[in-house]
Design a protein around this ligand. Sequence first.
Ligand code: AVJ
Length: 315
Amino acid sequence: MRAVATAKASAFDPLVAETALRGLAAPRKTLPPHLLYDPEGCRLFEAITTLPEYYVTRTELALLRQVGPELRARIGRGASVVEYGAGSATKAALLLSALEAPAAYVPLDIAEGAVKASAREIRARFPAVAVHPQVCDFNRRIALPPLPAPLLGFFPGSTIGNLDTEAALAFLGAVRASLGQGARFLVGVDLPKSPAVLIPAYDDAAGVTAAFNLNLLHRLNREAAADFDLARFSHQAVWNVAESRIEMHLRSDTAQSVSVAGETIHFSAGESIHTENSYKRAPEAFQAMARETGWRPEAVWQDPQGLFSLHLLAA
Ligand code: AVJ
């Protein structure tokens, strides 16, 4: 009994608390999007990917299937696939089955659980592929094991949309440096489109995205000793046309004070916490960023409706 109670109390995580306080003490309150992905957040994100309004995942999967033969021809035999972020093994499996006799698969993620799960699934489905899971923060330094060429980086899901221009450039440059000369990089990039499509994709009728965003406050209540009243915050999805990004916010419905790790945070009525950006980039805009970081755009594909794009870059 005691051991259980202690385990619960120790859900406090000083790193989460410190990160949260830094964002909430700023004049414009923000929380970093990676905090959305605790186990419950990951479960809710998986649910988002199957929502009728969230076109991103199914469009990218269809596109991957469609360009498989062309990718196979362009990449050649015996490639090593390095995936930045080990989200869903489904996409990696699709890519590996499109390629000719892939040699290796390297899932990179900060979440050890995600890396292991995806390694396990790929090992089971592709016994001939050498799987080398790596736990690392790929926004910092990326240390790769020695891998047989050709190298193919893979960054699906428009995860790059979480990064602003400066961070995206730094990331593209770091990947270029780690994969080296002769490598390719396959990147999923969501396209700008009407807010009539974008807003429901980030504020769905079933309320799953709202639950995903609000779960962050739940997490802070547990891990940052906070006392957010979830009934007094609302999920908001905003299309920022000037920045070409969807913003997720948690809006305080009333003036209120919240305690976080012993500090008091004040909210005025309508004030929000900015929790995530999802940049939408036109092919030319993304290719310009790629060129700036030493990549040569080799091909870009999009679905017939122009919802989503897949870029192939060459080092
Ligand atoms: C995982 C960053 C690609 O921006 O579409 C989905 C996250 N947030 N719905 C996205 C997300 C709300 C997603 N990314």
